[in-house]
Design a protein around this ligand. Structure first.
Ligand SMILES: [Zn+2]
Length: 147
């Protein structure tokens, strides 16, 4: 995992369904999803970047550098992800601020690694899309359901 996968809002793009769909070419395997290369890829505007002027202008690497941090948009995003996707943008950003990006990347690897194949679990459904793709294909809305 490298630093470029971590979006300004603290999202780890490596865990995202749109990024993993592209990586595993899931459109060809029966799962239709818009592909995304990650928030920092040129021309791509993520959820938050889409409506944050300061991110659009490339003024910030991470949202915590902003004088409006944490803004209401980031807080709303964080709440949604804490509630549904087992992660927190604000927690991620605070960790990066306190311990640096390298420590954060190590922690993410430990937290999200699939015990079987070592790839990253997808935060949007809790599945390894390499080992457990069949579950997603059986239920395309599968979301951390059978914990
Ligand atoms: Zn796996």
């Amino acid at each position: 995992m490298d630093e470029s996968k971590i979006a300004p809002c603290g999202m780890n793009c490596g865990l995202c369904i749109s990024k993993q769909s592209k990586k595993y070419n899931l459109n060809n395997k029966g799962f239709k999803k818009t592909y995304c290369s990650g928030c920092l890829s040129s021309g791509i505007k993520c959820n938050l970047k889409h409506y944050c002027d300061r991110l659009d202008r490339g003024l910030l690497r991470y949202c915590y550098e902003c004088n409006q941090y944490p803004c209401s948009k980031l807080k709303a995003l964080d709440k949604r992800y804490r509630t549904k996707y087992h992660m927190s943008m604000l927690e991620n950003l605070e960790f990066i601020k306190a311990h640096g990006i390298q420590e954060f990347l190590k922690k993410e690897q430990d937290k999200w690694q699939c015990p079987k194949c070592g790839r990253l679990i997808c935060c949007h459904n809790g599945l390894c899309l390499s080992c457990n793709l069949d579950r997603l294909l059986q239920n395309k809305k599968y979301s951390w359901a059978e914990e």
